[in-house]
Structure formats: structure tokens, C-alpha cells
Design a binder for this molecule. Structure first.
Ligand code: CTP
Length: 400
């Protein structure tokens, strides 16, 4: 989401400025073009050399420096977003009152782009009425304030006032400013993770799926502007994006119930869950006691969610399934595509190194109903998800 985006990072004098180093690194790694403007006192906490090296741009500090004099107006116009992290109590007060006694403030006052601030201060300063008033003033200006965290503070006290972590700040700006619009207005549904089929109150039949692939798909859909609901099995770590809705379920029957009721209002459905194919026929009400040397469990077939949605699917909906295969991969995947009436089947082979449950990478081949085959290299699940969603977008545009 941040690739090619221009971020003007303002750093003010606070102990939390050490976190700005990591912030610059994450932003640059995500493909953003970062320029740093610091207050003179921020130099006491973090060196301009480190920030210049990481941002690959000269760090701007002095208003009187000839080479930067003209820049303060251009910086705010150049940027897609001005991010102030950390924002000290002093700079907050100056921003709220239009004071312009350094280059950072001059850049802020001339910024025409959106402004986001991540405050950092001790709890008593954070709680002071003047701080509250100044924060409210910035909000009135239309700026967004990233809430402070609770934890150990520079004073050694414990309380509210810690700057949000760099990862949280980056997620906040991605989610609020840099979602794309290709899928804006579209509703999507994703299943993710395993299902647990109860044997008795303490035991279940399950599998090792982590749900990472499903969450990566949800995030890719969301990044393109879609509304996203994930129906997630046990143990699935929710997305970092607050706007992605997650419904936690345990069994295949519960996943089936939610998927069926949400499908009719969805434009896109991606079934990435590793749904149990069978569940115990009878669930014991009490814990099964150990007895003989062998124990047989009778299992019954679960409902196939993808198949059921394939039968309900309208022409204006896009349905994607997965196929996890260990042999006759292509023919099995094509059979699933046909039988379950999906628009795409994403094949992952368990034979590949780096592929499988819990891994961060995946290697897939996607098949569509027109007979096309799209093989992809091994890559991160986030990039695999992007490949899948890019194909969905093509499909929607072809239809439109
Ligand atoms: N699937 C589903 N509901 C089930 C079983 C599977 O929605 N009860 C979906 C999966 O989410 C996936 C696709 O069907 O999108 C294929 O799942 P997979 O486990 O590869 O295939 P199965 O149909 O279960 O067949 P088999 O296990 O025999 O390969």
C-alpha cells in the first residue's frame, strides 16, 4: 500500500525518537519515499546521520540553512502525508497555536497534505488539560491522532503516554490513507484456518492450518478497498487492520452457517480454510474415559462449504477455492474447480519446500474456468494473496 507514497516524517524532541529509526526503516522497506524534518531538540535523542542513511535523503533541521530555506513550503506540498512521530508536548502546543520557530513547524504550517501525529509524553503531561485542549485543536484542524499506549514511561512510571509502536503507526496510516480503490464498494468473504470437530468436551479432530493464507487474502482485498469479513477457525491470529471483521468459529458446521448466510450479500468469496471433511458422528457429553487398547471413532461427512456456495453462486459473484494436494495435483485441482463451480482454484502442493500449514511462504498455481493456468514462484503469503486478488480484479473488470 505504501509503495511510491511520499511521507514527510516530522521528529520532535522526545525520548521516543529512538523508535523513529525503526519507523523510517519500515516505511522505506514498504516502498515509501521518506523525507525527515526534525526539530533542533530531536537531535539530542537521535542522530540525523542515522535518519539520513536510512531514509536515503538529507535530513532537514535548520530554518536558517540556505539550502533548506525554500524547502519548507515545498515539503508539505510534495508529501502525500505528513506524519509526526514522536510528537512532544512542546511541539504539540506550538502546532496547536501556529507558532513557527523552527523548520519542522514551518513545514507543518505549509503542509497541504493530511497530517497524522503520534504523541509521546509522560502520563501527567498527557493528562494535563492544556495537552487535551491542544490535541482537540489538532483534531479540529482535521489531523488524526494515533492513540498513545499504556506502559512503562521514560520517567520510570507506568501509565498512558507511550508512543504507539512503529508497526502500529505504519498500519494506521496504511489503513486510513493508502487503501486503493479497485474493489471499493465490494463486499468480500474469506474463510481461514482449521476447524475443530469435537469428540468430547476436551478433545477434537483438527488440522495444523494457521489461517495465515486466509488472513493475507483478507488484507489484500482490504488493501484494494473491499469490505472484508473473515470466518476464522480456532487459533487464527486476527489481521492487524481494525477494519477487517472477523467471526471466530470452531466447527465446520459453524463455518458453513456463517458462510451461507453471508454469501448472498458478498461480491467475492475466497474459501481458504482447511475445513475438516469429517466430524465425529456422536459427540460425547462427558470426557471419554480410557478403557480398552483400541478406540474407534465413527465420523460423518461435513458439509462442503465451497461446493454449497458454488451451487448458490450468481453470475455477478466471484468464488475462489483452494486445493491442497500431494499427488495428481493439476487433475485434482481441475476436478475441484469443475465440481465445486468456483471461478478460480488455487493449487498448493505440499511437496514444495517452504509451502504448507504455518509457513510464511507459499507457491501456487491458479486455474480458471476458461482453461487458463497461472503458475507463480515461491513468495511470501502476502504476495501470493496479491496475485490471487489481482486475478479477481481482472475477472470483475472483464465482467463489467
Ligand atoms: N472446502 C470447504 N468445505 C469442506 C471441505 C473443503 O469449503 N467441507 C473447501 C476448502 O476451503 C478449499 C476447497 O474446498 O477451498 C478444497 O479443499 P481440499 O481440502 O483441498 O479438498 P476437499 O474437497 O476436502 O477434497 P480432498 O480432501 O479429498 O482433497
Amino acid at each position: 500500500m505504501l509503495a511510491g507514497k511520499k511521507i514527510l516524517l516530522g521528529i520532535t524532541g522526545s525520548i521516543a525518537a529512538y523508535k523513529s529509526i525503526l519507523l523510517v526503516r519500515i516505511l522505506v522497506k514498504a516502498g515509501a519515499d521518506v523525507r525527515v524534518v526534525m526539530t533542533p531538540s530531536a537531535k539530542d535523542f537521535v542522530t540525523p546521520l542515522t535518519l539520513a542513511t536510512l531514509s536515503k535523503n538529507k535530513v532537514l533541521i535548520n530554518l536558517s540553512d540556505e539550502s533548506t530555506w525554500a524547502n519548507h513550503v515545498m515539503l508539505g506540498r510534495w508529501a502525500n502525508l505528513m506524519l509526526v512521530a514522536p510528537l512532544s508536548c512542546n511541539s504539540l502546543a506550538k502546532m496547536a497555536n501556529g507558532i513557527c520557530d523552527n523548520l519542522f513547524l514551518a513545514s507543518y504550517l505549509s503542509a497541504t497534505c493530511p497530517v497524522v501525529v503520534a504523541p509521546a509524553m509522560d502520563e501527567d503531561m498527557w493528562q494535563h488539560r492544556s495537552t487535551k485542549r491542544n490535541i482537540a485543536t489538532l483534531q479540529e484542524f482535521g489531523h488524526k491522532v494515533i492513540v498513545v499506549n499504556k506502559g512503562e514511561l521514560a520517567s520510570g512510571l507506568f501509565g498512558e503516554g507511550r508512543m504507539a509502536e512503529p508497526e502500529e503507526i505504519v498500519t494506521f496510516i496504511e489503513e486510513n490513507y493508502f487503501r486503493q480503490s479497485a474493489l471499493a464498494g465490494k463486499k468480500s468473504l474469506v474463510t481461514a484456518g482449521p476447524t475443530y470437530e469435537a469428540i468430547d468436551p476436551v478433545r477434537f479432530v483438527g488440522n495444523h492450518s494457521s489461517g495465515k493464507m486466509g488472513i493475507a487474502i483478507a488484507e489484500a482485498l482490504y488493501g484494494y478497498g473491499a469490505e472484508v469479513t473473515v470466518i476464522a477457525g480456532p487459533g487464527v491470529k486476527p489481521s492487524k487492520f481494525k477494519g477487517i471483521k472477523q467471526i471466530d468459529i470452531k466447527s465446520a458446521a459453524e463455518m458453513f452457517g456463517h458462510a451461507n448466510s453471508l454469501f448472498h450479500s458478498s461480491d467475492i468469496a475466497v474459501m481458504a480454510a482447511a475445513v475438516a471433511d469429517y466430524s465425529p458422528k456422536d459427540v460425547a457429553l462427558e470426557k471419554i474415559k480410557k478403557s480398552g487398547d483400541n478406540l474407534s471413532l465413527e465420523l460423518k461427512k461435513t458439509q462442503d462449504i465451497l461446493l454449497s456456495l458454488g451451487n448458490l453462486k450468481r453470475k455477478d459473484q466471484v468464488l475462489v477455492g483452494f486445493a491442497l494436494e500431494t499427488n495428481n495435483e493439476k487433475s485434482n485441482a481441475l476436478k475441484k474447480l469443475e465440481h465445486k463451480k468456483a471461478d478460480f482454484i488455487v493449487l498448493n502442493s505440499l511437496k514444495e519446500e517452504g509451502v504448507g500449514f504455518g509457513k510464511d511462504t507459499n507457491k501456487v498455481t491458479i486455474f480458471d474456468r476458461e482453461g487458463n493456468e497461472y503458475p507463480f514462484e515461491m513468495k511470501s503469503k502476502a504476495l501470493v494473496a496479491k496475485d490471487i486478488v489481482d486475478l479477481i480484479i481482472q475477472k470483475i473488470y472483464v465482467k463489467a
